[in-house]
Design a binder for this molecule. Sequence first.
Ligand SMILES: [Zn+2]
Ligand SMILES: [Zn+2]
Length: 132
Amino acid sequence: MASGREERVRENLSKQVAPALHIPDAVRVGVIACSEEHELWLQAHLMACEGCRAPLIAMLLKRTAVGMGRPPEVICAKARDVMFRYLEGGAEPDDATFAHIASCDLCDDLFFEPAQAVVLQEYEPEHVGEVD
Ligand SMILES: [Zn+2]
Ligand SMILES: [Zn+2]
């Protein structure tokens, strides 16, 4: 049914060993420094880029079961840096980083919100069967 599309996505994924290397350094540095302009760029990028979204969604699905009783132990800049490494194919963020991203409004907006928004959109009935 979803003939060509899934195949194309899979093809793309296999080509993208380090999917996020196309995020410019300036954006990465800007986001770590909490520059709003760069935060907006990243949010838009995550909405549009399946390669970057996939690891975020994988992380969300895997971690929702983990209880987060602890307050964030890391600062935004540190947590964001770890997230970028993860998006670039690095190690999965540790619990402290995940707890920070999930419980910090600013960081949650930045990484998880765009990814979740797209997932929700895809499940909305009016979008079913739509191929872009
Ligand atoms: Zn991307
Ligand atoms: Zn934060």
